[in-house]
Design a protein around this ligand. Structure first.
Ligand SMILES: C[S@@+](CC[C@H](N)C(=O)[O-])C[C@H]1O[C@@H](n2cnc3c(N)ncnc32)[C@H](O)[C@@H]1O
Length: 635
């Protein structure tokens, strides 16, 4: 595989091979495909036979031809001169180790307008949270203009625009035409073919300089075996940053994008919605702080797509004047920021919003497994970081938002269990899945036994089926040890859960992950790591100034599991605590002054209990003998 193909919407002329090797390859493969199709005409559309064809010749070309046929974009090739797209986006910083985020409501909403002119000119204007980003390409260079960095050229020339890949099948076909077939994988319950594009050494060198070296960059496309459509994109790259005289730092960025809601526009299937998760990890010798992780989420919808809009002129793609005087970035950070795809700095603008370095790191200890440590002094009552749940569920009978667990007003219509359009929108996938099934038997069984955690597993299963979460989401967390008797007691609830999905005619392939082992595995993680959510409501302002350990909260509204907060160990005399103000978005706060290097611990139980009661509770509920100094001193 060569360099990542630049965005090219040049039609592949099947009658005229031209000089392009890629086109030749496509054409040849297409002929092979036609030959095979003729010989297997009776069975051509069946998934199993497509697999046989692929095993005959594992070529990405077949998958791309299948995609072109499925989207209908083949008939547009050669006739499209330009594409106009408008849409909306909402972005969230979900987990940010060590940064102060904006008080629990991290969502930023915006919209964009994108123009693409065949073959490789494009321009996008995105307005988000009151800020505007412009990016463009005249086919030779790509640039970006942001309010915080001004105008910059992207090193290494024009590359595919992520947003174009999400919503333009012509771009997908052009870019993945030269990809490598990697095999099959199940994504969100769908069997997919996987294609991979890797940047080659030359491309990586072109995108590197003395300070920032691009070490690898790969894009994976997941094409549904059933529909032929692109349903998932994964884009990951690793950059090594080294300022003169300092140790290197590595930035690894992985963006996963779910692509859905295909609708027909001028006879072509265009994806109209999707969601992306970006995981940015910084690590390296000089980060005494240990790895810093930021997770961001974006959802997007397309409002309008039009082909061949008259009057679009080449002038729209002229680079800004400043580019000529400002093409060489001077500062270290500026040089780094021009590395990612156009618009990616938008994600970074959130992740670097905090001026302070991350104040915590997760490290392995000899006595209690993983633990969270302060990387700098933290003041009493300081907000350490915030976290959104990986999975949460309200208690039944509570007037709580089905998504974020916020209190619903009494006047709220009983059949609208969401506190806002935002919650309704972001829960749509798993809520629709849940609504398809009949839960009476499962809910009765668990409700009558006072079981709460199976509802979290049910929610997670719905999220996995909807493609909102991976089936291994909780695997990183420490599991409980279940005895064989406990496991056999879970048999019935598992069968009821699985039957509910099966009877709702949710396809076998979509619930293939839902084995008893998966169920037990998820429950084992939830058992140790679930939090009981109690909202403290309007008293947060008082709490900011008062570092109190025990907060008189309203009764619990539900349960939630978080990833980062799950690495905090327990202490009967904790130095940190976790609180919820209005909803399940958690805040980790310092209860007293904490030194650099000190372990941060929270209290899992009621700290006012006497020693024996505490130890009994921790042993029976969490399966460990507490080693905190209060217990060791017999207090
Ligand atoms: C929520 S996890 C905390 C993170 C965990 N150490 C890990 O590696 O994932 C809870 C588990 O950590 C360990 N743990 C937490 N606090 C402890 C304590 N005070 N004494 C002994 N073990 C503790 C126990 O194994 C417990 O089941």
């Amino acid at each position: 595989m060569g360099r990542l193909a630049p965005l090219s919407e040049e039609p592949i002329n099947e009658e005229n091979e031209g000089n392009n090797n890629n086109s030749k390859k496509c054409l040849q493969s297409w002929r092979n495909w036609n030959w095979i199709k003729t010989h297997f005409s009776l069975v051509f559309n069946k998934k199993s036979n497509l697999k046989i064809l692929l095993s005959v010749s594992s070529s990405a070309q077949y998958i791309i031809q299948h995609f072109r046929a499925a989207t209908g974009c083949k008939k547009l090739e050669g006739t499209v001169k330009n594409v106009f797209t408008t849409g909306k986006v909402a972005m969230d910083v979900v987990d940010e180790l060590g940064s102060t985020t904006n008080g629990g409501n991290n969502s930023e909403k915006g919209c964009f307008v994108m123009w693409q002119m065949v073959p490789d000119k494009w321009q996008i204007e995105l307005v988000l949270g009151g800020q505007k980003v412009l990016a463009g390409s005249n086919g030779a260079i790509a640039w970006r203009h942001t309010p915080w960095l001004g105008v910059h050229a992207a090193k290494g020339g024009v590359r595919p625009l992520r947003r174009a890949l999400q919503a333009n099948p012509l771009a997908v076909s052009g870019v993945f035409c030269g990809a490598q077939y990697m095999g099959e994988k199940q994504i969100s319950g769908m069997e997919c073919f996987v294609l991979k594009l890797s940047a080659d050494q030359k491309d990586l060198v072109e995108r590197s300089d003395n300070t920032a070296e691009m070490i690898k960059h790969a894009i994976f496309g997941y094409f549904s075996q059933r529909s032929g459509l692109l349903v998932f994109l994964e884009d990951s790259y690793l950059t090594r940053i080294q300022a003169p005289g300092s140790h290197p730092t590595y930035w690894e960025t992985t963006m996963s994008t779910k692509i859905e809601d295909y609708r027909v526009v001028d006879g072509v299937m265009i994806a109209h919605a999707g969601s992306s998760t970006a995981l940015i990890t910084r690590f390296g010798d000089n980060l005494k702080a240990g790895p810093a992780i930021t997770r961001l989420e974006e959802s997007w919808t397309i409002d309008d797509v039009a082909f061949n809009v008259p009057g679009l002129s080449l002038d729209c793609f002229i680079p800004p004047q400043e580019l000529h005087t400002d093409s060489v970035s001077s500062s270290f950070s500026r040089r780094f920021f021009v590395k990612p795809f156009p618009l990616f700095s938008f994600y970074f603008s959130f992740s670097t919003a905090s001026p302070s370095p991350p104040p915590i790191r997760v490290a392995l200890t000899e006595s209690v497994g993983r633990a969270v440590f302060a990387t700098r002094p933290i003041g009493a009552a300081d907000l350490i970081h915030t976290a959104s749940p990986a999975v949460c569920h309200p208690y039944s009978g509570r007037a709580s938002c089905y998504s974020c667990l916020a209190a619903l007003p009494h006047s709220h219509p009983p059949r609208a269990p969401f506190c806002s359009q935002h919650c309704q929108q972001r829960s749509k996938g798993y809520y629709d899945v849940e609504m398809k099934a009949n839960w009476v038997a499962f809910d009765d069984y668990c409700g009558s036994r006072g079981l709460k955690y199976p509802f979290l597993v049910k929610r997670l299963a719905c999220m996995v089926i909807a493609g909102d979460a991976r089936s291994d989401t909780l695997d990183i967390l420490q599991p409980a040890n279940f005895t064989p008797e406990m496991v056999s007691e879970m048999e019935e609830e598992f069968v009821l859960l699985r039957n509910a999905f099966a009877e709702a005619l949710i396809g076998d392939d979509r619930i293939a992950f839902l084995t008893k082992q998966w169920y037990i595995n998820a429950l084992a993680r939830i058992r140790i790591n679930a939090f009981r959510i109690e909202l403290v409501g309007g008293r947060y302002e008082d709490l900011l100034s008062l570092a109190v350990a025990s907060v008189e909260a309203e009764a619990a509204v539900g349960n939630a599991v978080y990833i980062l907060p799950s690495f905090y160990n327990h202490d009967c005399d904790p130095n940190a605590h976790i609180i919820w103000i209005d909803n399940a978005h958690a805040k980790l706060k310092a209860l007293r002054d904490i030194d650099e290097g000190e372990e941060l611990r929270i209290c899992y139980i009621d700290a006012s209990l006497d020693r024996d009661a505490r130890r009994e509770l921790l042993l029976r509920g969490f399966g460990f003998q507490c080693n905190c100094s209060k217990c060791l001193h017999g207090d």
